[in-house]
Design a protein around this ligand. Structure first.
Ligand code: FCB
Length: 470
């Protein structure tokens, strides 16, 4: 991505983003593609998990999803109509290596080849995520991310994808939100593979980071120009800014959520306080000599997914949170308050400004890209019907996006090197454990007919992009 050639500016309520600011949307393979058995795709942990009773809302699966696998050309045409300049998608590992190892499946690669060419034909920059949670089930059967070999296999897979698409795609990101993969996948079991084991969660954290490091090294060796990773750093706030106990709770949760990933990636290794905390739960023998050096190899881009802040208090009777192993008896996580989205997440744009400024201060020198930001709202009227809705006036989503873009702009004007913004999501889609009941798209999807209807937010975003501002 190019350097800013102009500073952002502001006139009254109007704001302008830097020239070359990258505008786009994001999706992920399992959430939109469907075609779960086409062209040799193997099963992933999400196929298994979504079929496990009680794991996903009403037993929804990604079998059909938005049928994007077959409708990608029309979807890209709609992106072009909306003026999108960039599109972040993920590659499904089980399409490329149905059982996670072995030779690449050319028919799986063909799909991403067609998608890439279609995007480029329409002048849309593709941004690839190599892993957005759909681990081949065969690798999970051997321990998944708790097995060190998975990190090695990930690098082999990354190399195969690069070999096919590297001549046309500039921006390569390894993992999406390893926090979720590790803590929700192996810690509290809310996501696939559904394990509930704190030691497994910490083991997975390290192997995910190692997988990133190995894949990044392989991508660079193959010639990749821009290599990064997407994290979901939390803006962790104290319930009472004056309280020392609350400050200690912030420090603990920040360590488990943010510094456990960001310090190895960008500051040379795991922080001491986090190492000590982890060692109380599991002997970290999985961290071997040389791992941290590999993980800390410089990256060109840090992807940030931001949705909401979180508030914590330090309390000896705190229930903690099983997504943060070891916080029981120490931390009380405050229930979200104030205006909430349909996910029950707080709406606090200032959290994005704080987070971006904090990242720029603590981890200087790496350009940032907002790889996801957006909100689920019920979008009524807009329920599925044979014809789809005539229109969806999603004023609450527009307000959410407007607020967060202003917050991002504020960070830029305070000196943060933010290169672009990708809305989550282009389409309504399979929202993991919530199934299809939560709608994040700026384009409505009627799941009975697969009809796409741009919501008012899509038209609003089109205008934002064409003005390069608000
Ligand atoms: C993020 C995920 C993305 C989507 C949004 C709402 O954590 O990366 O796939 O589900 O949340």
């Amino acid at each position: 991505m190019s350097e800013h050639s102009e500073q952002p500016n502001r006139h009254g309520n109007e704001i302008r983003f830097p020239e070359n600011f990258l505008w786009g949307t994001a999706t992920a393979a399992y959430q939109i593609e469907g075609a779960a058995r086409d062209d040799g795709r193997g099963p992933s942990i999400w196929d298994t998990f979504s079929r496990t009773p009680g794991k996903v809302y009403q037993g929804h699966t990604g079998d059909v999803a938005c049928d994007h696998y077959h409708r990608y050309a029309d979807d890209v045409a709609l992106m072009a109509e909306l003026g999108l300049r960039a599109y972040r998608f993920s590659v499904a590992w089980p399409r490329i290596q149905p059982d996670g190892t072995g030779p690449a499946n050319p028919r799986g690669l063909d799909f991403y080849d067609r998608l890439t060419d279609t995007l480029l034909d329409r002048g849309i920059d593709p941004i690839v995520t190599l892993y957005h949670w759909d681990l081949p089930q065969a690798l999970e059967d051997r321990g998944g991310w708790t097995n060190r070999d998975t990190a090695e296999h990930f690098a082999t897979y990354a190399t195969a994808v690069y070999a096919r698409l590297g001549d046309r795609i500039d921006v390569w990101t390894t993992l999406n939100e390893p926090w979720c993969s590790a803590y929700l996948g192996y810690g509290n079991g809310v996501h696939a593979p559904g394990e509930r084991n704190a030691a497994a969660a910490f083991t997975a954290v390290h192997h995910l980071l190692l997988g990133h490091g190995l894949a990044a090294r392989a991508l660079r060796a193959a010639g990749a120009r821009s290599v990064g990773i997407t994290v979901n750093p939390a803006d962790v706030r104290p319930a009472d800014p004056q309280s020392a106990a609350d400050a200690a709770a912030v420090r603990l949760v920040d360590g488990l959520h943010n510094r456990i990933f960001l310090d190895p990636l960008l500051a040379g290794g795991y922080p001491d306080d986090v190492r000590e905390h982890v060692a109380r739960i599991v002997e970290p023998t999985f961290i071997r000599d040389g791992d941290e050096k590999l993980i800390a190899a410089p990256i060109d881009l840090l992807g940030i997914n931001y949705y909401a802040p979180g508030y914590v208090a330090g309390r000896p009777d705190g229930a903690g949170n099983d997504a943060y192993p070891g916080t029981e008896g120490a931390v009380h996580f405050l229930p979200p308050a104030g205006p909430l989205t349909d996910m029950g997440w707080m709406i606090e744009p200032a959290g994005l400004t704080r987070l971006l400024e904090r990242l720029a201060a603590d981890y200087p020198g790496v350009p940032l890209l907002i790889t996801e930001n957006g909100a689920a709202f019920p979008d009524k009227p807009g329920t599925d019907s044979p014809d789809g809705p005539a229109q969806v006036i999603d004023a609450d989503r527009i307000a959410y996006l407007d607020g967060h873009l202003r917050a991002a702009h504020e960070a830029i004007s305070r000196g943060v090197d933010l290169r672009g913004y990708l809305v989550w999501s282009f389409l309504d889609n399979f929202e993991w454990a919530e199934g299809y009941r939560k709608r994040f798209g700026i384009v409505h999807v009627d799941y009975l007919t697969q009809r796409r209807t741009p919501k008012a937010s899509a038209r609003w975003y089109q205008e934002v992009i064409s003005r390069n501002g608000l």
